[in-house]
Each structure stands twice: as C-alpha cells, then as structure tokens.
Design a protein around this ligand. Structure first.
Ligand code: 5RP
Length: 298
C-alpha cells in the first residue's frame, strides 16, 4: 500500500493553466529526447543559442601539432573559458582533470595519419565509452567527394544510430579534400548531407561568399571550424561574420591555441560569439588582455 498523503495543505492542480510544451532553443532539435537536448544544452548556451568549442583533437591524425605539444600545460588552462572542449578520449583520460565541469565532445573517428589517404577513416570509439566518459557529444569526419566518401558517411550514420540509443549528439565534421573547391556550393552539399543523415550539428568552414546559404539550408546548427592560423583580426572577423550569417558558434583550434596569448584570444572569441562584439573591438580586447597577462608575468 502506498503511504497515505498526510499533508493538511489543500492540493493545487492549477486546472486553468495548461501545461506548456515548449519547443527547444536549438535549431531542428525540438523533437529530440530529453537526454539529447540536455547534452546539447550543455554545449550550446541556452541564453544565446551559441557555443564556443575549443578544438584540440588534431593529434588524432597529425600527432603533436604546434601548440598542442603539452595539452596539460597549454590547453588545460584554457578550458574554463570555452563552452566545450573537442578532444580525443586519449587526451581526456590522460590530461584533462575529471573535476572539470566543462562538457566534453569526443572525436570518434580515426584511422589514417597525415601520411595516408585521410578519408579512409573508421569509427574509432564505442558509444559505450563516450557514455562512460560522460561526454556531451561525439564528432566524426565526413568526406563528401573524398575517395572514401561512402564509408565516411556510413561511419557517421552508424554513430548517429548508436547516439540515439543513449541520447548522445553527433557533430558531423565536413572534411575537405585537397583537390576540392571550398565554396558555398560545396559546403551546402556537405552540411545538408550530414544533417539529412542524422547529425545533430555540423562543423564546417566559413566561406566569404554566401555563407548564409550554407547555414540557411542546413536544418541543424552549424559551428564554424577555424582552419589554419590567421592574423587575429582576420580570425575574429571570420567568427563574427559566421555567427552574424547564421552559425550557432565556433569550434576553433589553431586560431586560438597558436596565438601569442590563447587565454586572451578565447575570451575575445567568446565576446564575438555570445555578445556580438565587433571584430575591431574584439581585437582591442585581445590586445588589452594580452598586455595585462604579460604584466602579471613580470
Ligand atoms: C579537422 C578537424 C580538426 O582536427 C580540428 O578540430 C580543426 O580545428 P582548427 O582547424 O580550428 O585548428 O576537425 O577537420
């Protein structure tokens, strides 16, 4: 027998107030299950709908990349300033303190090194391990137009199926082969394929022309990839333009950790993404923070 409700308080059913069935703040995510939405809301700030992800997964195919030689020394101090870290499970287990409250998005594909054909990837992590690591998402490369296009797409769809079993969002990463043209037409195709086949969000590169058509034709959020190191003003301008043209944030690596002052840069990127700070102001912020840090070090 259940225990009797002994409270003397009158029950309040609020029969005149219909229960709300709210949508969800993130593009295309209204019909997902609670766990999937909750993981997405750990990465994307529900107040701005945007995310600053710090990408440090490069070692999975190119070894100790400049700036990532010592993740414990160079990257761990940046973690408090990002919304989520995109890294491999090897880095997570060996160098990221488990006391960190930041969401972790784990690189789930791999295989070939830079010495081989990069599109020849496989799924490189069990979904069970992502759950064990309390990941907020997993990311996988998709090589549209690449030699192993079908395999990479199938890797992603299998990961999406595994993700749905446990409520784990999958980020499709549009990898561009050396011979491919990086234009809006290509990225519209690649991003849309990722979304149609189930990715909950897509990481893709910015293009100067018609980027808004890439974001508009992709039914899930897009985070902008950083790409090779640019002068700080160019990187901040690119991030600014991307979010103004519909991106839901960034997943940047080298343009943060290869600057002279990564902690200053990530804060400037954050202000661009979450506060719509204009690039020139963001550069000012970067320089001021950089100077302050230099002073403190003396
Ligand atoms: C390649 C990747 C990377 O490994 C990484 O995340 C790229 O970051 P960035 O270009 O900003 O240094 O996803 O597609």
């Amino acid at each position: 027998m259940p225990e009797a409700d002994a409270s003397s308080k009158e029950k309040q059913y609020h029969a005149d107030v219909p229960q709300q069935t709210p949508g969800f703040f993130l593009k295309g995510a209204g019909s997902y299950d609670w766990g999937m939405k909750n993981r997405l809301a750990r990465v994307f700030n529900p107040e701005t709908g945007r995310a600053v992800m710090l990408a440090v997964d490069h070692g999975y195919f190119q070894g100790p990349t400049t700036g990532l030689e010592r993740i414990d020394l160079n990257i761990v101090p940046l973690v408090p300033y990002c919304d989520a870290l995109f890294c491999t499970r090897g880095v997570l287990r060996t160098m990221v303190p488990p006391s960190s409250q930041k969401p972790m998005v784990l690189r789930a594909s791999g295989g070939p090194s830079i010495l081989k054909e990069l599109s020849n990837e496989e799924i490189a992590m069990d979904m069970e391990d992502a759950v064990r690591l309390n990941a907020a998402g997993v990311g996988i490369q998709v090589f549209i137009g690449g030699e192993f296009e079908t395999r990479s797409v199938h890797n992603m769809t299998r990961l999406v199926d595994a993700g749905y079993r446990v409520g784990m969002p999958v980020m499709g990463v549009t990898a561009v082969g050396k011979d491919m043209v990086r234009d809006a037409k290509y990225f519209r195709l690649a991003c849309r394929i990722c979304a149609e086949l189930g990715a909950q969000y897509v990481k893709t590169y910015y293009v100067a022309e018609e980027f808004e058509t890439v974001t508009a034709s992709c039914p899930v959020p897009i985070v902008m990839a950083g790409g090779k190191k640019l002068p700080e003003l160019e990187a901040l301008t690119m991030a600014y333009n991307a979010v103004q043209q519909g991106a839901a944030g960034v997943d940047m690596g080298r343009n943060i950790f290869q600057t002279d002052a990564p902690i200053a840069m990530i804060q400037a990127v954050n202000a661009v993404v979450h506060k719509n700070l204009k690039p020139a102001k963001a550069l000012e912020m970067y320089n001021t923070l950089k100077a302050q840090m230099k002073k403190e070090c003396k």
